[in-house]
Write a protein that binds this ligand. Structure first.
Ligand code: DGJ
Length: 729
């Protein structure tokens, strides 16, 4: 077992890979956090418990001043008994008060890890993971919280989740519930997080924490482009390659908040969970609420080490899809090729070129249904537009299949156009607040996914389409954020449940579709990468990373995304130039080097390619088949940082886990005349191995490549790039 409890000193010790996490039951019954960091064999951590008298720090009833909750590091923040940090839980009781005072009640340690009802969760066998369930109890309210810790044996990873149970005879209201709180004794850390925008998702920001409460959040209904449900805390000296870092990724796709608060003693509380701004949950007597899971990762091998653990955890213990370890078909998506202006003839002529070039799937994007010729109508009317697709999907898909290609289709299940049959039939099915207008985004409204009949309608309609033809992939889009989040069927005092119920309804729809079509490949999407989160990866093995397909912009977007999410999950396509988002012109080959680092495809009109471009596509297709195993299953090393203004060439390495080969891509975003000369050290190789670089035929020892490094070529133009393949001989 990787989890132990010492009856004598009352210390719980969790060993996850090469990391250890420890806390204790205090003599007064509270649970104090003691340690999180590199592995320690002994469990004698109680010496770290530090009661200390402080002026102005009140003692909770029955405790002494030195044990004030103001001072003691805790496993879960209390509310109203002297812990002045942001609370981890707020329960409004029948008497209107929100004070709670949770103390240890019991615990259970067992092998394996339970699933979370209706929510995404990491999984593992009895040999992979052990789980501690810690029961804390507040006597006055008769409410219990169950803190669950699952320590993965092979990885520096601990999954945490929380369940709240109302044992009392009265209804209580949950106003806030964090999924995990982490108190740090030495809080002078750097906060790293991933803010962004549409077409500029997941930039990397890093700054020292200060004596204030920083909140990273989404209140947009979806996890959002603007902030990702992730944060990391690193020691100031931590770099990409070295040093300590603690990462937390929330497995949730709706409104979240991460709070990071450095206190008066330089102790720090970090917590993450559902955003309290848009949340409340009614718990009738006997009812319980389960908060989403958070995955904690510890690394002493820098930011890169943290990323590689997240990647391994997500690939092995979160993504369930049939496709998770399979090579994904190379696709061509018609969106940037045709936008709404297509018919079966045009699609088939793209498919014919695709087949000739070795592309494996045609994806028909937005505009195939209802009367949708622009973005003003038809969302919700998921039946084929026969004016565009004469003979329907059955005929088109058959012809595409006959060319040897698979077929994929775009949906935006959660949305509804005012101008649609669905809206005319069910005007109250959209989120809205009576007596107010409904804000529109991209001319559309949002369906009330908290209503079972809406989920049923979508399930049945989507099944009908999927059953009508051999559709092997769907792109699941969501092109606006949620406003006027009200449900026509929820009572007044439960309207604040709707944001979370929306996410549960969306997850349920995924679950039902996957159950019925277990081999269906689903690509998540939200106006590009607006719902790229660990929660979605439980349902879909890949997500469209951004609507910005410019290779140079993608260097940053994919870098930021890769801090947490594996390359096997990142949709990356080669698109036309001048690029539709930036107007930039990048070499065709470079667009390929960048897209090879994700799930690979094309987003352009293949009919317009000249001979040179067609030849390049053939090369790229061959490169995908040759190298994808390294990208999808290998270890990622980010050798230079595109966010650093001093970076001249952006360099990525994908190394085989056994060190037998590595793919290195170099891209120079902007030419600097007579610029720097520098070397780069590779990683993850066998120091004693001899590696041959395929193109040049030059041999190096692994030690040379990792210690002495390689001379980075000087490229002479904007957007130039190159690919190197090292194979141990
Ligand atoms: C946003 C997506 O990110 C695009 O790729 C495309 O599918 C459009 N929506 C279609 O409306």
């Amino acid at each position: 077992m990787a989890i132990s409890f010492n009856e004598t000193n009352k210390v719980f010790k969790l060993d996850a890979g090469a990391s250890t996490y420890a806390f204790m039951i205090e003599p007064n019954g509270y649970v104090a956090h003691l340690y999180y960091g590199p592995e320690v064999a002994s469990d004698a951590f109680a010496y770290l418990y530090r009661p200390m008298e402080r002026a102005f720090s009140p003692a909770a009833p029955g405790t002494t001043a030195p044990e004030s909750r103001d001072v003691i590091l805790q496993e879960f923040g209390t509310n109203g008994v002297g812990d002045f940090h942001a609370p981890s839980i707020i329960v409004r009781q029948g008497n209107g008060h929100t004070v709670t005072d949770f103390k240890y009640r019991s615990h259970q340690i067992r092998k394996g890890k339970p699933a979370l009802p209706g929510l995404p969760a990491t999984f593992g066998s009895d040999d992979d993971v052990d789980t501690l369930e810690l029961s804390l109890y507040d006597e006055a309210s008769d409410v219990e919280i169950l803190l669950r810790y699952s320590a993965f044996r092979k990885y520096n990873a601990i999954a945490r989740s929380v369940q709240v149970v109302n044992h009392s005879a009265e209804t209580v209201h949950l106003e806030k519930i964090a999924s995990a709180a982490l108190d740090f004794a030495d809080g002078l850390l750097d906060l790293i997080h991933l803010p962004g925008a549409w077409a500029r998702e997941r930039s990397v920001e890093r700054h020292p924490v200060n004596h204030s409460r920083t909140v990273l959040e989404s209140v947009r209904g979806l996890s959002s482009h603007q902030q990702n449900p992730f944060f990391a805390l690193a020691t100031p000296e931590t770099t990409e390659r070295n040093g300590e870092i603690f990462g937390a990724a929330l497995l949730y796709s709706g409104n979240f908040a991460a709070e990071i608060e450095l206190d008066q003693f330089n102790q720090l509380r970090a917590q993450i969970g559902i955003n309290e701004r848009t949340f409340e949950w009614t718990l009738a007597p006997g009812e319980s609420f389960t908060a989403p899971e958070v995955l904690l990762v510890y690394s002493r091998d820098g930011i890169g080490g943290m990323s590689r653990t997240f990647h391994d955890m997500f690939r092995n213990h979160l993504i369930r899809s049939y496709w998770k370890d399979l090579k994904r078909p190379i696709l061509v998506n018609n969106w940037e090729a045709t936008y709404f202006d297509f018919d079966a003839k045009k699609l088939l002529s793209i498919a014919r070129d695709a087949a000739d070039l070795g592309i494996e799937m045609l994806v028909l994007d937005d505009g195939w249904f209802g009367r949708r010729n622009d973005d003003r109508s038809s969302l919700g009317d998921w039946f084929v537009n026969e004016e565009k697709l004469d003979g329907g999907l059955g005929k088109l898909v058959k012809e595409v299949n006959q060319l040897g290609l698979k077929f994929g289709l775009w949906f935006e299940p959660e949305m509804i156009s005012r101008e649609s049959e669905l809206f005319r039939a069910h005007p109250d099915w959209c989120l809205h607040v009576p007596g107010r207008g409904a804000s529109e985004g991209r001319n559309q409204l949002v369906l009330d996914m908290s209503r079972p009949e809406v989920v049923d309608y979508l399930y049945e309609t989507i099944c009908k389409v999927l059953d009508s033809a051999n559709i092997e992939y769907i792109k699941w889009d969501a092109n606006r954020h949620l406003t006027e989040v009200g449900s026509a069927v929820m009572p007044a005092d439960r309207q604040k449940e709707v944001s979370h119920r929306y996410v549960l309804g969306m997850y349920e729809l995924h679950e039902r579709l996957l159950k019925r079509y277990p081999k269906l490949l689903i690509e998540g999407c939200s106006g590009g990468g607006g719902r790229f989160d660990a929660g979605m990866l439980y349902y879909v093995p890949q997500i469209w990373t951004s609507d910005d397909t410019d290779a140079i912009e993608r260097l940053k977007i994919q870098y930021g995304t890769s801090l947490v999410y594996p390359c096997s999950t990142m949709g990356a396509h080669i698109s036309d130039c001048p690029n539709h988002q930036t107007g930039r012109i990048n070499p065709f080959a470079t667009r390929g080097y960048v897209a090879l680092s994700g799930t690979f495809g094309y987003e352009l009109d293949l009919n317009k390619m000249n001979d040179e471009e067609r030849a390049e596509i053939r090369k790229q297709v061959a490169a995908y088949h040759k190298y994808n195993h390294l990208v999808a299953q290998g270890d990622l090393y980010r050798l230079t940082d595109p966010f650093n203004p001093g970076t001249v060439v952006v360099i990525w390495e994908h190394a085989a886990k056994d060190g037998s080969e590595a793919l290195v891509t170099m891209v120079q975003p902007r030419n600097v005349p007579n610029g720097q000369l520098f070397r780069v050290r590779l990683c993850g190789l066998d120091p004693a191995g001899v590696y041959k670089e395929e193109k040049s035929g030059v041999c190096y020892t692994g030690e040379m490549l990792m210690n002495a490094g390689l001379n980075v070529p000087r490229y002479e133009r904007d957007g130039a790039g190159e690919l190197f393949h090292f194979v141990r001989i």
